[in-house]
Design a protein. Structure first.
Length: 107
């Protein structure tokens, strides 16, 4: 979380932001949020487990207020677009490189 704070302070110094560390897959959101930013894990140990990221996307959809946004970084080959389509009104890809993609979704 300290890196996120430093990054926003350097790039968006006038932005008012609050930071929370919460496992949304294990506990309900304490309130509804305007924005969730995440880089979900996709493995346990060495075994690929895209269901972890999918669970986090579902939890983010529940934690966002209407009109709220999800921004996430994911490995390029992970199948997250269908689950974004299920829980969000709109979704898309911002950019990608050979290894990663940045996805967005609007509640």
């Amino acid at each position: 979380m300290e890196y996120a704070k430093a990054n926003l302070a350097a790039n968006c110094p006038n932005l008012t932001a609050r930071f929370f560390w919460q496992d949304l897959t294990r506990e309900p959101a304490k309130e509804k949020y305007d924005l969730v930013i995440m880089n979900p894990p996709f493995h346990q140990g060495h075994a690929a487990e895209p269901g972890l990221g999918q669970a986090m996307i579902k939890a983010a959809a529940q934690a966002l207020r209407s009109g709220g946004m999800l921004l996430m970084v994911a490995n390029r080959g992970l199948p997250y677009e269908a689950i974004l389509g299920e829980g969000f009104r709109e979704h898309g890809e911002t950019c990608r490189n050979a290894r990663f993609k940045v996805l967005w979704a609007k509640k």
